[in-house]
Ligand binder design. Structure first.
Ligand code: C5P
Length: 302
């Protein structure tokens, strides 16, 4: 009965994030390009008799049933048709992905828990996918990894050809941003822009996301609404560009800002130069789908 597994939960950045409009279900239709990065949390899953438990080395991370890992375990327990209340498993999260940063940490932890528990409880892939979709818009992506186009809520997925590898500098301001709030700011600003009172579900002139040469423009539509309330975002993007980033933008709903670099030495230099009193920085790299699928697979360790 005693069995231990370890599973990595990788973070993502959004290379591009276009918000197409609000939906009737409270979500927004998106066209986004997700990209896995090497920064990861590590989950240790222990099967042993006793009540279900989540522990985390970061005190700001909730360990009750509001934690997505807990909800993921509970949903999969039901989907697996197991009797009674969720039990006989404990999950420890070693947290390295900052919270409320737009890097998908909570969603990736939940997807990692699903991968490991599916193996433990022998749940087929179709059920795991259905469970992931019911837990949050980002979670299905973390079952795929690599470079993926996400449509609708960001959960209709189309794997893309791997772009060239890049070094990634993350600039992490001291504040976090709630995803819900960032989308509400987008709604408010879009309505105000059109004189108020207009239906934010229809956004005339919403562009195709394809630039003059048929190349996808890398834009994050949540960046302006978040940056207008947190000027530190604009400063971080500008500083990364000045430090030579080939591309710099906010990730997801923020507050993390990323810059892409071809050379590791340039990325390290930029990270050192940009670290300061009000923000930290770290250097990581992009992870392609085949690497992701190997490195994100659950490993039995005892
Ligand atoms: O699905 P998840 O719980 O991660 O989303 C958090 C919140 O972000 C949603 O409740 C919604 O307000 C907003 N959201 C959205 N459109 C999306 C994804 C998230 O409006 N495509």
């Amino acid at each position: 009965m005693n069995y231990v597994m370890r599973v990595r939960a990788f973070a993502k950045i959004n290379l591009s994030l276009r918000v197409l409009g609000a939906r009737a279900d409270g979500y927004h239709d998106l066209r986004t390009i997700f990209q896995s990065i090497a920064l990861h949390d590590t989950l240790t899953i222990r099967a042993a008799r006793g009540p279900f438990r989540v522990t985390c080395d970061d005190p700001s991370c909730p360990t009750d049933d509001t934690n997505l890992v807990w909800r993921a375990a509970n949903h999969l327990w039901q989907a697996a048709g197991r009797r009674g209340i969720l039990r006989d498993v404990s999950i420890d999260v070693k947290k390295r992905i900052p919270l409320q940063a737009g890097l998908g940490g909570g969603s990736s932890d939940a997807a990692a828990a699903l991968r490991a528990l599916a193996r433990l409880w022998r749940v087929d892939e179709r059920r795991v996918r259905a469970t992931a979709g019911g837990l949050g818009a980002d979670i299905p992506y973390f079952l795929e990894g690599g470079t993926v186009l996400g449509l609708e809520r960001g959960d209709l997925l189309f794997p893309l050809i791997d772009p060239p590898k890049a070094w990634v500098v993350l600039v992490l301001p001291q504040f976090g941003v709630s995803t819900k709030e960032a989308f509400a700011w987008w709604d408010a600003d879009t309505a105000a822009h059109r004189g108020g009172g207009a239906d934010p579900r229809v956004r005339p002139g919403a562009d195709t996301g394809v630039g003059p040469n048929g190349v996808h423009e890398f834009v994050n539509d949540l960046e302006a609404p978040v940056a207008s309330r947190h000027a530190a975002i604009t400063r971080a993007v500008a500083a990364l560009r000045k430090a030579g980033a080939a591309h710099a933008a906010m990730s997801g709903s923020g507050s993390a800002v990323f810059g892409l670099f071809v050379r590791q030495s340039d990325a390290s230099r930029a990270a050192r130069a940009l670290a300061g009193r009000t923000r930290t920085t770290l250097v990581t790299r992009t992870l392609n789908r085949s690497k992701y699928q190997i490195l994100a697979a659950p490993e039995p360790i005892g």
